[in-house]
Design a protein around this ligand. Sequence first.
Ligand SMILES: Nc1ncnc2c1ncn2[C@@H]1O[C@H](COP(=O)(O)OP(=O)(O)OP(=O)(O)O)[C@@H](O)[C@H]1O
Ligand SMILES: [Mg+2]
Length: 374
Amino acid sequence: MAVSREAVVRALRKITHPEREKDIIRLDMVKDLTIEDQRVHFTVVVKDPDGAFANQVQEACRRILHEEVSRDLEVDVELDSEMIPLGDELSVSDPSGEKQQVSGEDGVQNTIAVASGKGGVGKSTVAVNLAMALADDGYNVALVDTDIYGPSVPKMLGMEGEKPRVNDERKIVPLEKHGIKVLSMGFMVDPDKAVVWRGPMVTKAVQQFLGDVDWGDIEYMILDLPPGTGDVQLTIVQTIPLTGAVIVSTPQDLALADARKGKAMFDNVNVPVVGMVENMSYFTPPDQPDRKYYLFGRNGAQELARELDVPFLGQVPIEQKVRESGDSGHPLVRSHPDSLSATAFREIGDELVEQVALRNAETDPTQKVEILYE
Ligand SMILES: Nc1ncnc2c1ncn2[C@@H]1O[C@H](COP(=O)(O)OP(=O)(O)OP(=O)(O)O)[C@@H](O)[C@H]1O
Ligand SMILES: [Mg+2]
C-alpha cells in the first residue's frame, strides 16, 4: 500500500529547528514532496546545504520517517539553499496587473479564504474560531473580514465602532483582539452604502483595503468571504493571492449544491481547496451527551468532500453557545474552550495546518499563488 502524504507530513512535523524553535513543516522548509509506493522524495531548504546542520536534518528526516511511517520506506532527502525569504511571494494585483506587496518585510506566509456557496452556513463563525484556535496553538494569525455587504467580524469579536489607525508610512495598522490581528471591511465602509456597489467598486475597495497594510509577521491569514459564488467573490479571490480555500457547508442538500459551486469557482482560478468543514452537523442535547441528532441530514459534507476529492477537516455540532458567543463578541474557542464545538474547531485547525503544509511542500513556491485578474 502506498504511504499516505498525511502520515509523512505528520512525522516531519516532529522535527524542530533548534534555533527557530518551530518544526520544519511549519517553517516551510520542506519542498517538492512526492510519494510513489514506498519511496518518499523531498527537498529540505536550509541556509547552508553543506553545513553540519543540514546533515543533521537530513538524517533526522530519514530516522523519523522510518520510525513513524514505515521501516521499509526509501527516503530520498535533497538539500537546497534558502533563496526566497518567507512571505516574499505574497502580493496583490492592482487593476493594471502590477503586483503590490501586501506585507512589509516580515511577510504573510499563508492566506486561507473561508467560503461557501450558500449564505448563513457559518463561514464567519468558522473563520473567527479557526483563527482563535490557530492563535492558541502559537501561530501568528490575522483575520480579514472581506464581507463588504454584511461584515460580521466586528460584532463577533466585540469590536464594533473601532477604527484602525494609519502609521507614518501611510499604512493601515490592523487592530488586535484576542491575540490576533483583525481587519474588517466593516471598519472602513458603511455597509448600508456598500450595498449598491458593483463588482469593480468592491474589487477596488478590497485592493485598497489589503494593499497597504502593515501586517508584520503572519503565519496564517484567514479571510472571511461574503456568501455566494458571484462576481464579488470571484473578484476577491482573484485579487488576493490565496494559498488555499476552506469551504463551509451544512449537511443539507441545498447547501451542498452551493458548496459544489464554491469548489468550481476555486478550480476556475486555480486556488486549491485545502479542506471542507461541515457545520451544524448534529445536535447533542446537554442532558444527553451520548446522543446525536442529525437535524440537517447526516455526513452530507463529508461525503461531498470525498466525491470532490477534497480533504475533510471536521464536523462542528450545533450548539447554542456557538451563536451566543458570536453575538456577544466572545468567540467560543476562548469563552467555552471545553465545549464540543471548541474541541471541533481546534481539531479542524490542526487538520488545516497539515493540509496547508502538504500543499506548500508539494507546490513550487513561485506558483504558490496564481493571479488571473485582468
Ligand atoms: N455550529 C453552530 N451552532 C449554532 N449556531 C451557529 C453555528 N454556526 C453558526 N451559527 C449561527 O448561525 C448564524 C450564521 O452564522 P455565520 O454568520 O457564521 O454564517 P455565514 O455563513 O458567515 O453567514 P453569511 O453568509 O451571512 O456571511 C449566526 O447567528 C451564528 O451564530
Ligand atoms: Mg459571514
